[in-house]
Structure formats: C-alpha cells, structure tokens
Design a protein around this ligand. Structure first.
Ligand code: ADP
Ligand code: MG
Length: 770
C-alpha cells in the first residue's frame, strides 16, 4: 500500500486529474486505448501512472504484471517526472525509474518506467510486442513530435497484436495505450479508423485549475527580442513583487548571452549561472533522441518584423513599461537574482537545477527554450516573458534542404507559455510582441514535425522497427504517398532496404546516425582510404546550407569568371573591382582540391576554417557566412564523436580538426562517396545521352547546357514541353558554371533542384541543379 506524506497528499487532492481518477481508470479498464486531456500542471504525468500503480499495474502477481511505460519527448522531463513520482510514492520510490540515453535507473523492482520516446522506439525494434509492458502512456502528444506520431501509430498496432496474441495464449496479457495531451490538438486524428480500428477512443477531460494570468502585449514588436527581453526582465525585476520569472527564448546561444548580461546587470553577488555543457553523444546502442542534434543552420536570428503603427511613435523607454509592471501586491521585490538556463543540450543534471528552491530572498529567473512550454512545471513561476519565437526544424520539400529557423510560435504555444505563470497563483505574461503581430503572423497550431522533415529519415526509422509496408502505416497525419514511395526507393538505392522492403544490415547501421540517410550512408562507407576525418567534414559541410555568401548579397551580380576578367567597364569603381577580385580569389582557393566539385569546395572551406586563428576575420576575408561555418564546425565535432562511438575502429576518439590536404586518391573517393549518397540524383549531359534533344541554339555558357536526370524527375506541370521538362541545368552559383562548355563532365551529381526560368529558352520552365 502506498503511504504518502501529508503535504504530498494534500497537494495531490488539489489536482484536477485526481478529481477524475475514477473516470480515468474506468476508461482505461474498458478500452484498449484512452485519451486524457488536461492543461499543463493538472496532474496527468505525475498522477495517472500512480493510479495505475495503485490498481496493480506493474505488480508481478497482478492481472497486469507488465511495467507501466511512460514516454516523454525530452530527457529532462523523463528524469524529473520519475523523481517526482518517486517522491510522491514515499517508501515505494524504488519502483519508479527512468531511462534516457546514457542513463538508466531501471531495476528488477521497476513498476513505473519513464523514458524518452527514442528509447521506446528502440525497444520496439528489439521486441515488437513490447511484452514487458502492460500499459504504455504516450505523454505530451499535443507537441506532435515525429517520434510521438510514430509511436502513436506503432503502439496502436501493437495493442491490436497483443489483443489477438492474448486470445491464443492466456499467458500473454493484452497491452493498453493511454495518450495524454495538454491541448485538444490531437482530436483531429482520433477519428482516424486506420489508426484506431476499434473505433474512436474515449476522451477524458480534466478541467485545468488555472489561476488567472494577465496578458500584456507589447505596444511595439522589437526586432532584437533578446535585447528587449533583457530590458523587460531588468525592469520587471526592479518593479515586480517576489515571484519566479520564466523567459522563453529560442536556443542555447541566446540563453547564454542573456544570462551573462542579466547577471552583470542584476547581481551584486556571485551569480549561479553555469555555462553550457556539451552533450555526450552516442554509444552505438544508444537510441536516437531528437534533442541530440540540430542539423543545419539558423537562417536568421532576428526575423523581419513589419511593424504596424499603433498609436504614437514612442521610444522603448515609454511609460508603458511602468504601467505594465504595476500589480496590486506591494510586497517589496527581492534584490538578488538566481539565474538558471534551461535548454535540451544542457546536461540533464544541470537542467534539473530549476526544480531546486532558489536561495532565500533571491528571485528565480529561468531562461528557457520550448522545454519549459508544456513538459515541465517549474515551482514558483509567477511571471512569464515570451519572445514569441522558437527555433523550429524547417524542411524544403523541393530542395531537400533542412534547417533550423527562428520563427513565430503558434497561438496555441503562446497560450501554453502564458499558462506557465498561473500555476501557483495569479500571474502575468509579458509578450514581447504586439497583439497586431500576434493576430496577423501567428498560426493557430504548429505543423506536426513529421511533415517538416525529410521523409526518408522517417521511413528508415519505421523500417528499423521491422515495418515492411510503410505506405500502410497509420500515421496520425500521413506524409503524402508520393514522397513515401520516393523515400522508399532512395533507401533501396542506398542499400538500406531489401527488394522486399525489409531493413538490411546497412539500413540498421544508417539508422544509428541522427542524420538524413544519405549522409549516414557517407559516414558508413567513408573510412576507406583513411578518409573518415574528411568524410565527416564533407558531411558537415554538405548538411549546412549557405556556407558561401552569394556574390549577389555583396552587390556583385553573381560573378562569372568571364565577367570578372574581361569586364571592360571603365566606370566600375576601383573598390568594386577589388572586391570582385578578392571574392573570386577566395573561391579560387577553395576550388584547389577539385575544379569541378562544389562538395569538395565546401569541404575545403570548412577544413580551412579549422586553421583560422580568428574565425570572424577569416570568414570576412573569405566571403563565408560566420554563422553557417560555426554551425558546420559544431556539427563536425558532434559527428566525430558519433562516428567514433558507432565504429571506434574507423576513427580515433580524438581526431584533430586541422587536417592536411587530402591526397589525389582521397579526393577521388570522397567524390565517389558523395555520388553514392546521391545516387538517385545523377544527370548525364543531354548531348551524351542516347537520345540527344534538338536545341533551338547551341549553348555558349555552361549554365545553358542541358543534362538529363538518370532517374526521371517528377516536376512536369501542365503545359511544360517534354524536352525542357526532363532537362536540368547547372545553377549559376555552382563551380561548374565557370567551366567551358566543352570541358563539362559527362555526369553531374546534384544535391537539389530548383525551379527557375531559363534565359535562353523563354517561356519554358526548367529545373536547375546545384
Ligand atoms: P501535467 O502532466 O498535467 O502537466 P504534472 O503531473 O506534471 O501535470 O504536475 C502536476 C502538479 O504537480 C504541478 O502543477 C505541480 O504543482 C506539481 N509538480 C510537478 N512536478 C513537480 C516538481 N518537480 N516539484 C514540485 N512540484 C511538482
Ligand atoms: Mg505532463
């Protein structure tokens, strides 16, 4: 029997979910799948597992002996929730455990297991029936992370499977599924008969107990929201009565910078801010957790804000600042601050510090990413500062380019963020954007992640769980059939799936990398000829968009070699000529390893960057984007660790970033690796093909020479003429754009296509390669 301490008991009684215990348990007993909806903080995560535990789930001699498995999208939530539930269970705390990558407290005694969704996905790959569980709770389903969506589809099937197994063998028990969500965002797929074959699961609602939160919109939306957050938090700290502050930002760099500024401005004693720690990455057995890697680069730190004119133009220090920080409570504000960062790349134990009470008399200020939006309840938060932005994965379906971009959050997210201020008492939410921007630029909900990522990664993930027919998979929100089929084809070209659609040994290797399968492929073959360190740099360079600053951006109309050397324009001023020539010189230096490969050019730039004593000066001098190079360089270090852990023999653990130039042989195999990864994206010069098309006139520039993709592309639109439609052309920014028409290689490997209107053949559409 569970004996809880009196204060825990009292706190529990106040939770809306506890008031609904009977309804929740009835729904679970009477249905294979149940859905629980309640606002953040209503007690879903901490209480529902305890209801089940007290009803005997997870106890070896009960009718439901299997463990209670609870998934969380984030590591810190898995650990902190296990700790909290352990505390609430008092003497039985050893029956609660967590498992995250690198760390687990699971034992024979474990009855309630909190884990990241990545862990459960990996367990399904090992045992498709999930026999050690009697019930799976998929938590935070409203976030619609790709892993959550995959798990909902997968576990709903396993529930069916276990039901039929239990009919045949009484020793095997049925499996139940509970989906928990902080919003109603999930109702759209509840009626999906493909997903829930036995009809719509019951929806149990726990009315949120939420104190009123006063929302303060900013009068104006400042572009530099970090600066604005600094200003508002400083002012708020001076004016506002005691109470914790929670500031929503987009990423580690912003958090680190703001923490430093706030500490300097607000503390007169030693601050408590600890700088970020690098996350340790991957033993080969470790499953993938989405938090591990941020691929690509943020394209813009501060998005353009088109400001509406609302009332008088007033400067930042207008008296609104005073008014908005006026609250009834006149308790004097605390003078000390206790500033803590909270982002997923921070070591879990450091993330957990937000749960400790702040030093006496000090105001807790948590600078957080989305981590704090719904999965965590930080005690004592009374004021929320919401920048309105988040860093989200973006994926361009046409170009295949994946990136992380800072953009507006959705209205649903904004409301969740505001709600964080009303847990312990009435609170205030300061939105650093105007109501007009909110109304105009905020979507109702964020698109499910699965629709924002390359489908081949999702398909490989499913295949690694031994799913053969991905097209039939019950996605809560399915990606379109055509991209699924294309992804499946790519995976078979990469050798990741067999002709019957089953995952191969190669496929299993690829699924160990948190990367697009194309790049994982390069890493699995890239050790040949001692190339591994180069392959890693090559993948990092290819996976990061926008390394080179386009000439256009410098005011140089994309310079072609001929233009630069023969430009006779006497009016061109000297500075411009000099700029063009140094631009050209930089690109010439990066082309030293290969005059025909953009991939090697990117590799050369990244390798040269590793040598630069001053990264900023180097980027400036060499016309590189400092931000992209920094991202690529971080990715390179992360990949080095991952590759070493996955395959220690292919790379020593301390591989230097400063490499000598690759040999001729290495250059040639590096190009072969690239071709292997993009094997479905090879084009042959039209003139060298078996049926050369008739051209209106003979091309004089490389960018006008048509090539034909070997795997036909599907871009035909109504009215496109056939020949033009199947041809692709070299993009003007490619190294090949400067090649003489006669010197063009017969075959071109391209990373992506872009639709554009050709100069030479008017009116027609033709894709360009890059
Ligand atoms: P939900 O999952 O519905 O968002 P939780 O079960 O996480 O809600 O939290 C329920 C309540 O338990 C919170 O409102 C908070 O008061 C309390 N709580 C949760 N975690 C902690 C913790 N680590 N420390 C103190 N209180 C906590
Ligand atoms: Mg929760």
């Amino acid at each position: 029997e569970v004996v809880r301490s009196p204060d825990i008991q009292e706190a529990r009684l106040g939770l809306p979910v506890v008031a609904e215990e009977q309804k929740v348990m009835e729904a679970i007993y009477n249905n294979p799948v149940a859905v629980i909806w309640g606002a953040t903080g209503s007690g879903k995560t901490t209480q529902v597992p305890q209801f089940l535990f007290e009803a005997g789930f997870g106890s070896p001699d009960s009718p439901n002996p299997g463990m209670i498995g609870v998934t969380q999208p984030r590591r810190v939530a898995a650990v902190s929730m296990a700790n909290r539930v352990g505390d609430e269970l008092g003497g039985l705390s050893e029956q609660v455990a967590y498992q995250i990558r690198f760390d687990s407290s699971v034992s024979d005694k474990t009855a309630i297991k909190f884990m990241t969704d990545g862990i459960l996905i990996r367990e399904i790959a090992k045992d498709f029936t999930l026999l050690k569980y009697s019930i799976i709770i998929i938590d935070e389903a409203h976030e619609r992370s790709a892993n959550t969506d995959i798990l909902i589809g997968m576990v709903s099937r396993i529930v069916d499977l276990r039901a039929s197994m239990s009919k045949e063998d009484t020793k095997i028990k049925a499996l139940k599924l509970v989906i928990m969500s902080a919003t109603l965002r999930i109702t759209d797929f509840l009626e999906n008969p493909n997903l829930f074959r036995n009809g719509k699961p019951p929806l149990i609602q726990a009315e949120g107990r939420q104190f009123p939160v006063t929302i303060h919109f900013a009068r104006r939306t400042q572009r530099d929201y970090v600066d604005e957050a600094f200003y508002k938090v400083c002012r708020g700290h001076k004016k506002l009565p005691p109470g914790g502050m929670l500031v929503f930002l987009t990423g580690q760099n912003e958090i680190t910078a703001l923490a430093k500024r706030l500490k300097e401005a607000l503390s007169n004693t030693q601050g408590s801010y600890a700088p970020g720690h690098k996350v340790r990455i991957a033993a080969s057995e470790a499953p993938l957790e989405t938090e591990d890697m941020e691929l690509g680069t943020e394209t813009s730190q501060y998005d353009e804000v088109e400001e509406e004119d609302e009332g008088n133009e007033e400067d930042l220090f207008d008296n609104q600042g005073d008014k908005e920080f006026e609250v009834d409570d006149k308790t004097p504000a605390s003078s000390q601050v206790h500033i803590l960062p909270l982002y997923s790349q921070l070591q879990t134990k450091d993330q957990l510090r937000v749960f400790n009470p702040p030093p006496e008399n000090a105001r807790l200020i948590v600078l957080a990413t989305n981590v704090a939006e719904t999965s965590l309840t930080i005690p004592g938060i009374r004021y929320v500062f919401d920048t309105g932005r988040a860093k989200d994965q973006k994926y361009d379906k046409m170009t295949g380019v994946q990136s992380f971009e800072v953009g507006w959050i959705s209205k649903a997210s904004a409301s969740q963020r505001a709600g964080r201020a009303g847990r312990t008492g009435p609170g205030h939410c300061y939105r650093l954007y105007s109501s007009a921007v909110y109304e105009r630029d905020f979507d109702e909900h964020t698109e499910p992640e699965i629709l924002r990522m390359p489908v081949e990664g999702v398909v490989l993930q499913l295949k690694s769980m031994d799913l053969q027919h991905v097209v039939n998979f019950p996605f809560p929100t399915p990606p379109d059939q055509q991209s699924l089929a294309k992804a499946e084809k790519l995976l078979s070209y990469l050798g990741a799936v067999s002709s019957e659609g089953k995952i191969t040994t190669v496929g299993r290797q690829l699924s160990n990398y948190p990367l697009s399968p194309r790049f994982s492929k390069m890493l699995t073959i890239g050790h040949q000829h001692g190339c591994m360190p180069y392959t890693i740099a090559l993948v990092a360079a290819l996976a990061t968009p926008n390394l080179f600053i386009p000439g256009k951006q410098l005011g140089l109309a994309v310079p072609t070699q001929s233009e630069i050397y023969t430009n006779e324009n006497r009016q061109a001023d000297e500075a411009r000529t000099k700029l063009i020539s140094s631009y050209n010189h930089a690109h010439h230096l990066f082309s030293r390893n290969s005059p025909t490969s953009d991939a090697l050019k990117a590799l050369t730039a990244l390798c040269a960057y590793a040598y630069a004593p001053s990264k900023d000066d180097f980027c400036k001098e060499m016309f590189l984007s400092p931000k992209s190079l920094n991202e690529a360089s971080n990715l390179r270090s992360q990949l080095t660790t991952i590759v070493h852990n996955n395959n220690p023999s292919s790379l020593p653990s301390t591989s230097p970033l400063q490499l000598p130039f690759p040999s001729k042989t290495q250059i040639s195999v590096l190009q072969q690796f690239t071709a292997a990864a993009f094997i479905d994206q090879v084009a042959i010069l039209a003139s060298a093909s078996t049926s050369p098309p008739d051209l209106p006139r003979k091309p004089t520039r490389a960018i006008d020479v048509p090539s034909l993709p070997l795997c036909p592309i599907n871009t035909k639109r109504k009215g496109d003429s056939d020949i033009i439609d199947i041809a692709v052309f070299i993009h003007p920014s490619s190294i090949l754009a400067h090649t003489g028409v006669k010197d063009l290689p017969t075959y071109i490997v391209y990373s992506h296509l872009q639709r554009g209107t050709p100069a030479t053949i008017e009116g027609a559409k033709k894709p360009r390669t890059r």
